[in-house]
Write a protein that binds this ligand. Structure first.
Ligand code: 6CS
Length: 313
């Protein structure tokens, strides 16, 4: 039989590379086939999640940037400066996190979803029409964010005017001036040509792009244990593959952007320049506790414990 798997990016982007590895592993170790549906073939991110909840699709890769609207606790990934910049610490967190391995699966299950894994896609960078070195520079700047209430609050705290939009509207929105900027990892800014319609990249160091692979829960629960094991093994293999794939990817992507558009500026803010952005974290954390669902406090506390464990690993 054929298992249908949709994701939010193109085949040669991070989620696509992950999906291809998953497909390869499943097909090498079972009689099942995996059919991949990249971005645009079945609608926007919210559409593919709904299709998975209803069982039309068996697998979906969606980022908490969108899932946070459905599972409020998943918004925790948008408290700025919570995840470490250090790649080893970051990977250790994703590997060992109790929040990801124990708490989130229960919350996703309530929505009919089996959470298989979460993984990082790269440092999130801001692209804008005007240079940004302080929150003042973001005044009256309409920054597109994923449709996630806490991400909206975070950009408000940064001094910007956040505009939540689905991905499909971003390039056109930048082109026509409906929005003045957006945030994404470097590989995505390069592969989707967003550098063509913005002039400045700012590295605030405030986040790494988190994403998640899920299955329809009834489908997963109904599988023989052997097939569940095939899925778990394929997920683990894809996780290892994508971590390795990302080594050096940010710099390569920035180099490609500079080659394609030499007038682009890339500014890594100094610690001093980052300070006012960093100071918003406490306020955004407080908002998370208000809007992050029944288990917000538990999730935040466990995240912090997981991050501390990762820092000491
Ligand atoms: O900004 C977005 O909406 C998209 N960004 C990435 C890196 N992946 C998928 C998502 O839809």
């Amino acid at each position: 039989d054929t298992w249908r798997y949709a994701f939010e990016e193109a085949l040669d982007e991070v989620q696509g590379v992950f999906a291809q590895k998953f497909k390869e592993e499943v097909e090498a170790n079972s009689d099942h086939e995996v059919q991949l549906f990249p971005f645009g073939t079945l609608g926007e991110s919210d559409n593919i999640l709904e299709q998975t909840q209803s069982g039309i699709l068996q697998f979906v890769n969606q980022s908490p940037g969108f899932t946070g609207a459905l599972i409020p606790e998943a918004q925790v990934f948008f408290v700025p400066y919570l995840l470490p910049e250090d790649q080893d610490q970051l990977v250790s967190f994703f590997r060992n996190s109790e929040t990801i391995n124990n708490i989130f699966p229960e919350l996703y299950a309530e929505q009919g979803l089996e959470l298989l894994t979460m993984y990082p896609e790269g440092e999130v960078m801001l692209t804008t029409q005007e240079p940004v070195t302080s929150p003042e520079d973001l005044a009256d700047t309409k920054v597109r964010v994923m449709t996630n209430p806490l991400l909206v609050e975070s950009y408000k705290a940064f001094g910007a005017t956040p505009t939540p939009l689905p991905w499909g509207e971003v390039y056109g929105g930048l082109q026509t001036g409906i929005i003045d900027g957006q945030e994404n990892p470097a590989f995505f800014i390069e592969s989707t040509n967003m550098y063509e319609v913005t002039d400045h990249i700012t590295r605030l160091g405030h986040n790494n792009f988190t994403t998640a692979l899920m299955a329809n829960k009834d489908f997963y629960d109904g599988l023989p244990e052997e097939d569940q094991q095939v899925i778990q093994n394929a997920t683990d293999a894809a996780f290892e593959h994508i971590i390795e794939y990302q080594q050096g990817l940010t710099q390569e992507s920035l180099d490609k952007i500079m080659e394609a558009k030499p007038s682009m500026t890339i500014t890594e803010l100094t610690e001093e320049q980052r300070a006012p952005f960093r100071e918003t974290a406490g306020e955004v954390e407080k908002t998370f506790l208000e809007i992050g669902g029944d288990r917000a406090q538990e999730v935040l506390d466990q995240m912090k414990a997981d991050l501390e464990a990762a820092a000491n690993s």
